[in-house]
Design a protein around this ligand. Structure first.
Ligand SMILES: NC(=O)c1ccc[n+]([C@@H]2O[C@H](COP(=O)([O-])OP(=O)(O)OC[C@H]3O[C@@H](n4cnc5c(N)ncnc54)[C@H](OP(=O)(O)O)[C@@H]3O)[C@@H](O)[C@H]2O)c1
Length: 269
């Protein structure tokens, strides 16, 4: 099987590195294309560098890792030459199967990986259009399994799913950046050490909750004893954080809706 990656940006690079490292592809079976050719120089030892059209005519699975604004033109370019049994995979949550169908009526999957794929801990969202066969689904799930877990969702839930696994590393990083900065203003412990302490505790708390099937309430109850110090802090969080969390999702989901609207318009033109 040959896999092709169009768009050698953040996601394309990560996917190429991971597919190459999976041991499932000889360098000749990985193809990569990018608008700015110079960027591909560093990939020449692990993949065959080609143009979009050649890649589409040779690959059995084609990952299109470009931004929404570039999606339509890439699909128009590769559509005519795509192998009839190849699986087309787009990496954007705002581009719907209906939009894609206006350009190319082909078996298509949408895949939203997370940055945590870097350490093989992605929870990759995947959904399929009606033309994708069970065998294609299993192949893709198997391939994505090399970068972590695969979560299949209906197309209308891909947006919120993306918030929860693909945007979440950014949300988590910003929340704990705020917490570390605030902690720093109350102590002489160096920032670097504060960050390490918080991150290790964050990671261990998540592992503990998953391993022991603990709920958030149970963790809070175990740590925040009645009338104690932790309880003072958790009370502030439960009092003051909900409006910020609601506002965050209101804003991100609205932005997602506008991005999809703009993408839809670009597919009408
Ligand atoms: N970043 C994330 O965490 C993440 C997570 C899940 C999904 N996604 C989605 O994945 C897609 C890619 O995101 P990204 O962060 O990797 O974007 P990116 O870093 O901007 O990379 C996009 C790449 O596409 C290339 N490109 C643009 N037009 C092209 C064309 N006509 N032919 C070939 N290559 C072309 C660009 O080439 P140049 O070098 O010329 O600019 C660039 O290298 C987006 O739709 C995004 O929404 C991203």
């Amino acid at each position: 099987m040959k896999a092709g990656i169009i768009g050698y940006g953040s996601m394309g690079k990560m996917l190429l590195r991971k597919l190459s490292g999976s041991g499932r592809f000889a360098p000749g079976d990985l193809l990569v294309a990018n608008r700015t050719k110079g960027k591909l120089e560093e990939a020449k030892d692990i993949a065959v560098i080609c143009d979009n059209g050649t890649l589409a005519s040779e690959a059995d699975i084609v990952f299109v890792c470009v931004r929404p604004a570039d999606m339509k033109s890439v699909l128009e370019e590769i559509g005519p030459g795509l192998k009839s049994d190849a699986l087309l995979v787009t990496l954007n949550g705002s581009i719907t199967f209906d939009m894609i169908k206006k350009v190319i009526d082909h078996k298509t999957a949408k895949v939203i990986p997370s940055l945590t794929a870097e350490i093989d801990r992605s929870q990759t969202i995947v959904c399929f259009n009606e033309l994708v066969t069970d065998s294609d689904k299993n192949n893709l799930r198997d391939l994505l399994g090399t970068i972590g877990e695969v979560i299949e969702l209906p197309e209308n839930e891909v947006g919120m799913g993306s918030e929860l696994v693909s945007c979440m590393p950014g949300f988590i990083a910003s929340i704990f950046d705020v917490i570390c900065t605030s902690a720093g203003s109350h102590t002489d412990i160096p920032r670097e050490q504060i960050v390490k302490m918080v991150l290790n505790t964050l990671s261990a708390t998540g592992e503990l909750m998953l391993a022991k099937d603990l709920s958030f309430d149970e963790v809070v109850e175990r740590v925040a004893t009645k009338g104690g110090i932790t309880e003072e802090g958790t009370r502030v969080i439960y009092d003051m954080f909900p409006p910020a969390a609601d506002e965050m999702f209101n804003k991100t989901l609205e932005k997602r809706r506008l991005t999809a609207e703009n993408a839809g318009r670009s597919f009408e033109e």
